[in-house]
Design a protein around this ligand. Structure first.
Ligand code: CS2
Length: 480
């Protein structure tokens, strides 16, 4: 392939100030929020909105090291559905601090008077809310540490609380906390988690934060694969670069944000971000169609031996199953958001999944089903059961997820390791049980009350049996 032309940074980075602190600098953040912010920084009146990154997990270390080596700049390769590519250097990330190595500096970055927004990608499971009660979990070891020892925090809650205390004492004013994770009502969820923590730790801070911190909801979207060492070598070769931390993504991108920023915000609308009063319909559309379809397809496709989303969706059986899931199962529960066309949206989704120049990994989608399933799948599953809707595809999905967790072997006999960081010991026992019904109330499915849903159980047990006897493809064909 011939080298792509790489677009250089068009603004003077030494003039940019950080108005945003981002916790959780991963690939998605770098391909999405940084991309929009980078585009905006060319405007002279927007140059106070650069980003300082904070990493709180040991797994952030390699990326941190790579980015620091190159002044936090990196190349983004955007892979179009038509096979063409655009490559650009992103300059909006100005600094990157590791909280575990340098907690004081991380706290000071958030407490800095120039900081007006803290954005978050701390994963679906990172908000520390009990999946059943919805309450903040105080028994978590890291939370216990942060409540007791505010000066050496380990979690986003502890860092933000300590920094806000400084802001309160210094009369610096509040800020906006903007969640960019894939959650239903991510702002409301973040608000519940942070306000619970503030209340537990410091009543005065909690009262101050009531007036001085806002939590807008937002919907974020851009498919961004994991980056392996081979990807790094490939991208650099294709782009003629020596970037230690390249990232690549699809061409589609969307960001819808509620306009509720207590301390001002960048003019993101200039670069295509939609600012609105109510994000809920957009969020529901994206989680119910994109993320749920991803989850619905990832486990069966992985067990059928596929490793890439684009390869799986080109399999007619998989394509039909996902198309039917979207059209028949989910569409009745997705009111069309203003300015959207659901038929177009679904058509584009199928094209996005088929994008072979992205070649997204199924393993990335299979990762952490325990946190994703309650957000992407369960809310509509509850409605479908209540409405007496045909349940076969969902029952098949639950049976496949059990099979995937239990046997860790695909249809071709290849062994694999599952990657489920939040799997509890109780759930492990239910997975191991030879009675398949024991699986129906594992934590991520519990709120669907499947054990009381007779039609669901019948269909599920039939899929369980068929999976054991005939494998995934045959079972999929049967339910189609
Ligand atoms: C995926 C998302 O991880 C997943 O399960 O569905 O990461 C998805 O690629 C993004 O939400 C796209 O915006």
């Amino acid at each position: 392939m011939k080298e792509s032309k790489v677009k250089e940074i068009s603004y003077d980075r030494s003039r940019i100030k950080a108005g945003i602190v981002h916790i959780g600098v991963g690939n998605f953040h770098r391909a999405h929020q940084e991309y929009y912010t980078h585009l905006l920084l060319s405007d002279a009146d927007q140059q106070g909105w650069g980003v300082c990154g904070i990493g709180l997990r040991p797994t952030d270390k390699p990326l941190h090291e790579a980015l620091k080596e190159q002044d936090c700049k990196y190349s983004l390769t955007i892979c179009d559905r038509d096979g063409s590519r655009q490559v650009l250097w992103i300059g909006s990330l100005l600094d990157f601090v590791l909280g575990m190595d340098n907690p004081e500096l991380a706290i000071d970055k958030i407490a800095d008077p120039l900081t007006k927004i803290v954005t978050l990608t701390i994963t679906e499971g990172g908000y520390n809310l009990d999946p059943e009660s919805g309450e903040f979990r105080v028994d978590d070891e890291l939370i216990k540490n942060d409540l007791k020892d505010p000066k050496s925090p380990k979690t986003a809650f502890g860092f933000v609380a300590e920094a806000l205390r400084k802001r309160m004492k210094n009369g610096v004013g509040g800020l906006t906390i903007l969640s960019c994770d894939n959650l239903q009502h991510n702002g409301t969820t973040a608000e519940k988690a942070f306000r619970s923590f503030f209340k537990l730790q410091d009543k005065e801070l909690s009262r101050w934060a009531e007036k001085n911190v806002s939590f807008p909801n937002s919907m974020v979207d851009r498919i961004t694969p994991s980056v392996s060492q081979e990807d790094i070598a490939r991208l650099n070769k294709e782009n003629g670069l020596e970037d230690l931390a390249p990232v690549y993504c699809e061409d589609f991108t969307q960001w819808v944000v509620e306009d509720d920023f207590v301390a001002g915000r960048p003019s993101w609308e200039r670069v295509g971000v939609k600012l609105t009063k109510d994000v809920a319909p957009y969020e529901n559309m994206k989680l119910s169609l994109l993320n749920a379809s991803h989850t619905m397809l990832s486990y069966p496709a992985f067990l059928m031996g596929y490793r890439k989303v684009d390869q799986a969706i080109k399999d007619p059986e998989v394509a039909k199953y996902i198309q039917d899931f979207m059209d028949i199962d989910v569409t009745p529960y997705v009111p069309t958001p203003e300015g959207e066309n659901l038929d177009e949206y679904k058509k584009t989704l199928m094209e996005r999944f088929s994008n072979s120049s992205v070649g997204d990994q199924l393993a990335r989608i299979c990762y952490d089903g325990i946190s994703k399933i309650p957000v992407y799948i369960v809310p509509n599953l509850i409605k479908m059961i209540k409405d007496g809707h045909n349940i076969d595809r969902l029952a098949f999905f639950v049976a496949v997820y059990r099979y995937y967790l239990k046997y860790q072997k695909d249809d071709e006999g290849n062994k694999f390791e599952i990657n489920e960081p939040w799997l509890s010991d109780v759930d492990k026992k239910k997975i191991a049980s030879s009675n398949a019904e024991d699986f129906l109330d594992i934590t991520p499915l519990n709120s669907a009350k499947l054990k009381g849903a007779d039609t669901f159980i019948l269909s599920y047990m039939s899929s369980v049996k068929s999976l054991e006897e005939k494998g995934v493809r045959e079972t999929l064909i049967k339910i189609a």
